[in-house]
Ligand binder design. Sequence first.
Ligand code: NAD
Length: 471
Amino acid sequence: MKTITTHYIDGAFVQSHGREVMDIVKPTNGQIIGRVTLADEEDTRRAIAAAKRAFASFGRSTKEERAKILRRLHEAASAHLDDLTDAMVEEYGGIVQFAGLLVQSGIDAFLASEKALQELPLTRSLGKTTVTLEPVGVAGLITAWNANALFICLKLASAVAAGCTVVIKPSELSSIQTRVLVEALHEADLPKGLLNVVTGLGNVVGAELVRNPDVAKISFTGSVAVGETIMRDGAKTMKRVTLELGGKSPTILLDDAALDKAIPSALVMAFMNSGQACAAGTRLLVPKNRLEEVKQGIREAILAFAVGDPADPKTAVGPMVSQKQYERIQSYIRKGIEEGAEVLVGGEGHPEGFEAGCFVKPTVFVNVKNDMTIAQEEIFGPVLAVIAYGSEDEAIRIANDSKYGLHAAVLGTDLERARRVASQIRAGRVVINNMTDDPQAPWGGFKYSGVGREYGRYGMEAFLETRAILE
Ligand code: NAD
């Protein structure tokens, strides 16, 4: 049993002023594995004050000083890759293979930000005018539970590269993972007050960060509903905001796709992180003339997506993070059936033998119309909607007929054609043929998927202001 009663403020672990205690529940079996004392507004204000003091000097740091800190953060986090992965498997139920990749990608963010920092000129001359890129100030970083180490490292890396000091409010569902990470980052011997971490509820700690006038910027990853609140409430203190929100990402399978590769690839994108991924490709657009082949291909390929213990490397789909999330998925599966979609594989209830935890059946619906609830709303679980299309233009129209625009995929053998289709998708990222990543490529959404971008230079720019000095 892990008991967490402190927050990380001004370079030290300090006792919580907040008194509320929350159980930490293991999603594979519902057992209580820890207790965390949640922060209150006072803890949050102390953390903001520490970050403000630290900004007075860190805000004037040189590129080389920031680069050194980023390298130290990278080294400190790298030394704990396995601990961080284990914590993600234990507390969140992340499948071990994918959890390791997510953690590694968070660790890599420190070096990617260092590269962006080295390459981005912070001073430019326009005749007699000097333009400099200045850190925006104290940044509040608010994160979701589905990739804790990645979000914290990514946002912290960009903020540090820009010269900002931070107060992090991780999801309370990631308390153990956050503690393992903060203990690791503490070893980087950071300037006091640069990094502060207060774990608490969104409407307490998060809300204080959003309304506090000493916080200049909020970088948020989470739901649209909370993103809207942050934008509205942040306006009172003119907060700069980056919002990384939800998605309902289309995977367009073109009629020349090689199905033996395309179908497993589409399922990987749909079920990654057990379907609890903002970028999950949860709408599969299939040409009508290949629909029957695709259905058969899915029935066969799904056998490789074993549900099970997330610590077992053979498992492809682990539990949902919580009972609440389990029930949310069930309600969407019921809604899909009610609205007339047909369950091809999966369906309601627990998979056999997994009744004790928050496990759901990876589910694929066919006969889905794009205006059905399961094709429009983000489910955030392993539920895929197969939608048939006639022409390429219709596929593009359906792909873009969504309030979201975070991620998309195009699968096909003719690369020129795949690129042409990709260039017409209204989404922040489009991958061709496989889920792939580039730590310098921007990440973020069109429309309700958010505001602003993260990663590399784009992520760093989100923490900068421009100042011109004219002579
Ligand atoms: P959530 O919006 O419920 O919570 C996110 C964070 O916001 C948590 O730390 C929460 O405590 C905090 N919060 C809640 N109320 C708040 C308030 N009033 N003020 C300030 N902070 C508040 O989201 P979640 O359930 O943790 O995560 C799932 C959502 O995150 C999904 O919609 C998913 O698509 C999205 N997401 C987006 C990305 C991306 O990069 N675009 C990545 C991962 C997850």
